[in-house]
Design a protein around this ligand. Structure first.
Ligand code: ADP
Length: 159
């Protein structure tokens, strides 16, 4: 079975992330969305909340699972039998970081391959951090995220 790991912080999951997960689900028999279990203080949502929102968002994709993880991404990939990592690339911003990370991952785990999917044109500008900034300032975010995420974000920002 070809399994791919799509790792990230997903704080929170956006339509840009979902687009990548949906396209990856067509390329691999199984896709695991790996949610970094980073200390919550750096992020808006807890790991549990991020996993919960991602699970809800991909509920209609039969071959996509969501799992939290700690430690090295390549170690988690090995643990779940994923031979490939999937990442999304937006114009400019992502390439250098992804390239650097890919080279390091290759040193750490030579058998693990990286597949980068180009971000859909309509999500090129969309990042979780910009989304949180807009939400914080009271801007409309509904068209950038699934409904449940928009609600959770508004609640978090207001609360
Ligand atoms: P990280 O902190 O690892 O960058 P993110 O949750 O921000 O985690 O992103 C996870 C992955 O999804 C990364 O490969 C990132 O480039 C990609 N990504 C984020 N936003 C988009 C988007 N709008 N379109 C396509 N890919 C995206």
């Amino acid at each position: 079975m070809t399994t791919a790991l799509y790792p990230g912080s997903f704080d929170p999951i956006t339509n840009g992330h979902l687009d990548i997960a949906t396209r990856a689900a067509k390329l691999f028999e199984k896709v695991v969305i790996g949610v970094y279990d980073i200390p919550a203080k750096h992020l808006l949502f807890t790991t549990e909340e991020r996993v919960g929102m991602a699970k809800q968002a991909v509920a209609n994709l039969g071959n996509v699972e969501v799992m939290p993880y700690n430690g090295l991404t390549v170690s988690f990939a090995r643990e779940i039998g994923a031979q490939t990592l999937v990442r999304g690339l937006r114009v400019g911003a992502d390439f250098e970081r992804e390239f650097e990370m890919a080279l390091m991952n290759k040193e750490l785990s030579p058998d693990c391959e990286l597949v980068c999917l180009m971000s859909n044109l309509k999500y090129q500008f969309l990042s979780s951090s910009l989304l949180k900034e807009v939400a914080n300032l009271g801007g409309a975010i509904d068209k950038f995220v699934p409904k449940a995420v928009a609600e959770a974000l508004k609640k978090k920002v207001l609360g």
